[in-house]
Design a protein around this ligand. Structure first.
Ligand code: SF4
Length: 271
């Protein structure tokens, strides 16, 4: 059973000075594991996905907590996964704050809210009409098809069946479905996003479709949702801190020694 674990059984260990370090579970030569360890050492546990401790409170990061979440927290994570589509997390979070302040973060409340009112609450997320419709559809689906509630639905569901079910819903693609599964449900599905394509393309390690990259990670890493949780969050941290879309800050990057893009740029400079 996947559940709340203390530091001793998360696979994450402390050194003699108390600093958290990555676990030693990768076989030598596994590049996905090498990248993970470098990122974890540089940025530490990320505490994703931020969830409001109580209704109306701001979402908080909880390093080394990997679930299980309450049904309410799961719904907040799923709503966040929809709201962050095609926009920065800061915008999605502002929309979530609006929903939370209005005590509207539940399937029954969202389904009952007038569309115009919902649009007003989530306007900061951008594409708010489209996202309001998606939130309403997701909420109605839970109420109609899963009267047991989101928490029980997500907890009891088989991983691949849950993914297939989510992907059938309008406006939920692979990245959104996998975010819901990994961060809300605690299922071991690796989340691939534009940052993943950027970093691993520049590193010269991976290319292909969403499914190609997901499969590569899932084959290379232990089947552990805690590792997938940290890994995706660490990829986001690297992109925000170093591997920016234009003018990446390679000098400060923990991966520069293994980065083909950085090496090529250095060679071009010398020539
Ligand atoms: S060295 Fe530069 S290009 Fe390579 S991963 Fe790091 S920031 Fe990105």
């Amino acid at each position: 059973m996947e559940g709340r674990r203390n530091r001793a059984d998360t696979g994450l260990r402390s050194d003699s000075k108390g600093a958290v370090r990555a676990p030693h579970f990768f076989r030598s030569g596994q590049t996905a594991g090498q990248v993970y360890k470098k990122l974890f050492k540089a940025f530490g546990p990320q505490g994703w996905w931020p969830v409001s401790p109580a209704p109306g409170e701001l979402p908080a990061y909880r390093p080394l907590f990997y679930g299980p979440h309450s049904g309410a927290a799961m719904f907040e994570i799923c709503a966040g996964a929809i709201l962050t589509q095609n926009t920065a997390w800061t915008n999605a979070r502002a929309a979530l704050d609006g929903l939370s302040s209005a005590r509207a973060l539940s399937p029954s409340t969202l389904a009952a809210l007038p569309l115009a009112g919902l649009c007003g609450l989530i306007r900061p997320s951008g594409y708010y009409r489209q996202k309001a419709a998606r939130l309403k559809e997701f909420s109605r689906y839970i109420l109609a098809r899963h009267p047991e509630g989101l928490g029980k639905w997500f907890s009891d569901a088989d991983t691949e069946k849950l993914r297939a079910e989510l992907l059938m819903l309008k406006g939920i693609g692979p990245e959104t479905a996998d975010s819901m599964m990994l961060y809300a449900s605690g299922k071991a599905k690796f989340v691939v996003d534009a940052y993943t394509f950027r970093i691993f393309g520049r590193l010269g390690l991976l290319s292909g479709t969403y499914s190609d990259l997901q499969l590569a990670f899932e084959r290379s890493l232990p089947h552990d949702h805690r590792i997938y949780n940290e890994y995706h969050a660490l990829i986001v941290a690297l992109c925000k801190n170093c591997c920016r879309k234009t003018k990446p800050l390679c000098g400060a990057c923990p991966l520069k020694a293994m980065c083909i893009g950085y090496k090529n740029a250095q060679d071009d400079t010398v020539v």
